[in-house]
Design a protein around this ligand. Sequence first.
Ligand code: GLP
Length: 241
Amino acid sequence: MKIYKAKDYEELSRKAASIIASQVLMKPDCVLGLATGSTPIGTYKQLIEWYNKGDLDFSSVKSVNLDEYRGLTRDNDQSYYYFMYNNLFKHININMDCTNVPDGTQSDSDKECSRYEDVIKSLGGIDLQLLGLGHNGHIGFNEPDEEFAKTTHCVNLTQSTIEANKRFFASIDEVPKQAYTMGIGTIMKAKKILLVVSGSDKAQILHDVLSGPVTPHVPASVLQLHNDVIVVADEAAMAKF
Ligand code: GLP
């Protein structure tokens, strides 16, 4: 595991973007696993800036997103499809037919989750998976549990995640209670993983993730077992090291 300590959020975003940019430069038709949440927004902004300067070409890139709220349509401004479209896809030359986000409107969760696993398999797996970190150690929407989930599945969001995400909704009642997410097994199959973590409120959990025992109670701790993980965290998030 490589750990890069960035001075602040801006430097974190530049470092993370440069790792994604190298992946795209080295393999123009790579499969990028993408993430939502506030942490990767600066990374996406930096990629857009380099694209606008003519330094990056996303025309052959394919993407798969980690997760999506169950029940939200693509045009709902809180859906992860909407997030990805507005924070990245519409600003670059990626082919929208080559972007994938679980379909939150599919009520048959087993069917949608196995379809999504098949999509990832048919693309030949993920070259680089970007991850943010939840305050409870979740990655994607893999919440603390008794065991690591293997494949894409439907999850009941924990109260703490609902609380953390209510800032984006008009009221807590509007926060979906379920989501479709890649499993820990799906994530761990990615060839390379890039975890971005920012802020003092993530310092304790980042310490548990990197230095504590590997346990499904701290889902991201499983990353200790992956052979190609890069962590980019700012000084505030690294405060416990
Ligand atoms: C959500 C997403 C996660 C993300 C997490 C942390 O729950 N499903 O993929 O990592 O939020 O988000 P933030 O970066 O805003 O702290």
